[in-house]
Ligand binder design. Structure first.
Ligand code: SF4
Length: 578
């Protein structure tokens, strides 16, 4: 991964390809690389859909190698949703394939004058770009089907659906999984809209004939990987809970904790939770001939995903993730699992972030546009977003826009991005992360559910304010580093609890790059990434006033604990004061 592939989509005479050495960005991968390029090359005050913005797609530092769990990919840009820097992270096959092709990143820059739509094909022989207007407004599933017909099934695809072409704020970038389905998405913050503004519909990758990425010290690398995998297998969360029930295992846990946001964040428990729990989904998948345990990319040993079939045993969607089931389930008062799986499929197909879109529908329900629990109404709204009706474009522009259009005060967003599936009043560490992350409300940016609820990496009482700032700070720093390695964030459960698994991760990095990194160096690396991101946001006009939760979290008590979010503003301002 010594090269950066730049494609200037606005060059005179058509897109211009430049392949350059990684140069000054050496040592950076995944989120560190996308955030460094955005910080250095994108004017912070530019319009996110203008020619000045760039979209960067970068595998992690260890992607493409034999290291387990190393197939995550980062997508960076100035976010059309938040107006700040964005790194959105996805699973799927493209990270491994792109790394084996030797690219540390693809950078799409500039903007074509015409409305033509382009496809890009990359293999060991180079890069081909062509106008492909026949792909206009295709859903991701049909699009990938066409690519498969054209290039065979040894490819991996990065694409946008109609939502990206329409440049909607909730538009995602899709990544194909092991079965070559477009089920993995960089959804948060609207990166699909930026790819749409570059008029790139799909990037097809083919690494046929290319070997795995080789570490500098293969013996030590293999050894470290063995210890790393053992650590993941023996931890209760990564070795049992996630493989058995997927991320939706959290539904019952968060509901019991009274932190499961329901009816647009009105209460902390959902009466219909048992119908949409991880246990229920796993049973349905087994009964209907689906797959309850499945990896989103080759080399995943946790395998938190699955395949969800309909009542007749036909493929309906991949196993919907916890946040998807929540946003389109409890938050909208919907407890019909088949309808939620259909929503998951439609969002993937139209290229919409399942969290942003679900929360936007919850806000619309709060406004009285439809009733809580109206699953068919929700499905209709998603079809409208995919087709681009005026109402659909409002929903597809996210929760903040939907709230403004319908005059709703209770809109659960930070920096314009919808809050995920953990109520910040009852998981206060996560509330600190939502408020202060440079990404906007993002559970993955500093997943305090670990110590607050799951008692992983220690315990900090979720209902009290004490210790939350420190918890969020440490997790945000660690996450920024992990997101740069290409490792799935779920390794954090084992890494936080087992010193030998954390050491194995560091040994992997050292053996791959011939370094002698220590735990302190990893912390410094994470801090450096966060600093770049914070500086970009400052340049874009963000102040500490944007590091706050919406007012209703501070005044409306959440049942059943009757708690408000009471971490003081002055404490929030200390998160990055290290
Ligand atoms: S644990 Fe889940 S999200 Fe992580 S890489 Fe595996 S399947 Fe993908």
């Amino acid at each position: 991964m010594e090269k950066i592939l730049r494609i200037d989509m606005g060059a005179e005479g058509g897109p211009k390809v430049t392949i350059e050495p990684i140069g000054g960005y050496a040592g950076l991968g995944g989120r560190a690389l996308t955030s460094a390029i955005v910080s250095k090359e994108v004017p912070p005050t530019c319009h996110p859909l203008s020619k000045f913005n760039k979209i960067i797609i970068a595998p992690g530092l260890l992607s493409g190698s034999i290291a387990a769990m190393s197939g995550r990919i980062s997508v960076g840009c100035k976010s059309p949703l938040t107006g700040g820097i964005k790194e959105s992270n996805s699973g799927g096959q493209p990270s491994q394939v792109l790394a084996r092709l030797g690219y540390a990143a693809i950078v799409l820059e500039g903007k074509p004058d015409s409305h033509d739509l382009y496809s890009i094909f990359i293999d060991r022989n180079g890069v081909k770009i062509g106008v492909d207007n026949g792909l206009k407004m295709l859903g991701n599933y049909d699009l990938v089907g066409k690519m498969k017909d054209k290039f065979g099934d040894k490819i991996a695809c990065i694409s946008i659906g109609p939502a990206g072409e329409m440049m909607l704020g909730a538009a995602s970038v899709a990544f194909t999984d092991i079965e070559l389905r477009p089920t993995r998405h960089a959804g948060r913050g609207g990166p699909g809209a930026v790819m749409g503004s570059k008029r790139v519909k799909v990037i097809v990758l083919d690494d046929s004939g290319l070997p795995m990425c080789e570490p500098k010290d293969p013996v030590k690398y293999k050894e470290a990987n063995k210890i790393f995998v053992e650590g993941l297998r023996k931890h209760g969360v990564t070795g049992q809970a996630l493989p058995s029930y997927g991320t939706e295992v959290l539904a019952n846990i968060l509901n019991e904790a009274g932190a499961y946001p329901t009816y647009n964040f009105k209460q902390g428990t959902f009466p219909g939770v048992s119908k949409i729990s991880g246990e229920t989904i796993a049973a349905l998948e087994t009964e209907r001939g689906g797959v309850p345990t499945h990896g989103c990319h080759r080399g995943c040993v946790i395998r938190c995903s699955g395949i969800y079939n309909d009542k007749d045993g036909h493929y309906l969607s991949k196993q919907p993730e916890y946040e998807t089931v929540w946003a389109n389930g409890a938050d909208c008062g919907i407890d019909d699992m088949d309808k939620i799986a259909m929503i998951d499929f439609l969002d993937d197909n139209y290229g919409l972030d399942t969290i942003e879109t679900g929360v936007a529908i919850g806000v619309a329900m709060d406004a009285g546009l439809l009733k809580f629990g109206d699953a068919d109404g929700a499905i209709d709204l998603i079809h409208q977003a995919g087709k681009g009706t005026p109402l659909g474009r409002i929903i597809g522009s996210g929760a903040a826009v939907t709230g403004r259009v319908f005059g709703v005060e209770r809109v659960p967003v930070v920096k314009g991005q919808a809050m995920p599936a953990y109520d910040p009043r009852a998981v206060k560490g996560l509330g600190v992360t939502y408020a202060t992350s440079p990404m906007g409300a993002d559970h993955t940016a500093g997943y305090a559910t670990t110590a607050n609820i799951l008692k992983v990496g220690g315990y900090v009482d979720p209902l009290k304010t004490s210790g939350q700032v420190e918890l969020s700070r440490n997790l945000q720093v660690a996450t920024a580093a992990i997101d740069s390695t290409g490792m799935c964030l779920f390794i954090a459960f084992a890494v936080l609890d087992q010193p030998e698994t954390f050491q194995a991760l560091i040994d992997l990095l050292n053996a791959f790059y011939g370094l002698s990194f220590t735990a302190d160096d990893v912390v410094e690396y994470g801090k450096r990434v966060l600093k770049m991101e914070r500086d970009f946001n400052t340049g874009a006009g963000f102040t500490k006033e944007q590091d706050r939760l919406p007012g209703f979290f501070k005044k409306e008590p959440l049942s059943p604990h009757n708690v408000i979010f009471d971490v003081k503003d002055e404490e929030l301002d200390q998160v990055f004061n290290w």
